[in-house]
Design a binder for this molecule. Structure first.
Ligand SMILES: [Zn+2]
Length: 221
């Protein structure tokens, strides 16, 4: 009999982040999402193909080269292992990845329009630049995964990409921070769409990021 390991801190944080996506209202009608959290250089935890009612023991452990090491995965999750691996390989400092079909962000993805950074939460929570669009390919396909890797190479500081005709992919140091950024991006996308009816959103003045950083530093000191 195999011993059930104690769920790690990463597992608890990932489950909490998944719940957070529902309570903040950033999920699409389908409730579709997949989340992962890095365990070490070669392995990460991955949601099994559902996120509603998720518990730490539901999470699978997979290797960066796509082997299922522990737990079970539905086919929908097997398909997207390579999408998560590509980000972990490209960004050694990334500790968690969240993919959703958040409706307003997905509108930008469907329109092939990068999402500008024009709201304070997006500026503060890890995406002080526009969210680029990755060309479409079937999810988890070589075309899609290569497209993600290419955009990450071209945009070394972005913490999110829009998957054309599909949805949103966000990554950060851990699951809580990554979930925060998903919410900030979805709110920004909603605000952009609403502001379009009022003549359009307006850019921050020059030096906005530096001003926010200085403000954060003042409070922290
Ligand atoms: Zn998807």
């Amino acid at each position: 009999m195999t011993e059930t390991p104690t769920p790690s801190k990463q597992a608890h944080q990932l489950v909490e982040a998944a719940d957070n996506l529902f309570t903040t209202g950033v999920m699409s009608h389908s409730g579709h999402a997949n989340l992962s959290a890095r365990l070490d250089g070669d392995r990460f935890l991955l949601t099994p193909g559902f996120v509603r009612g998720l518990r730490p023991e539901h999470l699978a452990t997979v290797s960066l080269d796509g082997q299922l090491l522990e737990g079970e995965l539905r086919s929908v999750s097997t398909e997207i292992i390579a999408m998560h691996s590509a980000v972990y390989r490209a960004r050694p400092q990334v500790g968690a990845i969240i993919h959703t079909h958040s409706p307003a962000a997905t509108a930008f993805a469907v329109a092939h329009r990068p999402l500008p950074c024009r709201t304070e939460p997006m500026l503060r929570f890890g995406q002080p630049e526009d969210v680029p669009v990755v060309p479409w390919g079937p999810r988890g396909s070589d075309v899609s995964v290569r497209g993600i890797a290419d955009v990450l190479r071209l945009r070394p500081t972005t913490s999110a990409v829009l998957l054309a005709n599909h949805g949103l992919l966000v990554f950060g140091p851990d699951s809580p921070a990554t979930a925060h950024l998903v919410v900030a991006i979805e709110e920004s996308a909603e605000a952009e769409l609403a502001a379009a009816a009022l003549g359009g959103a307006v850019d921050f003045p020059a030096g906005a990021l530096e001003a926010v950083r200085a403000s954060i530093a003042r409070v922290a000191s």
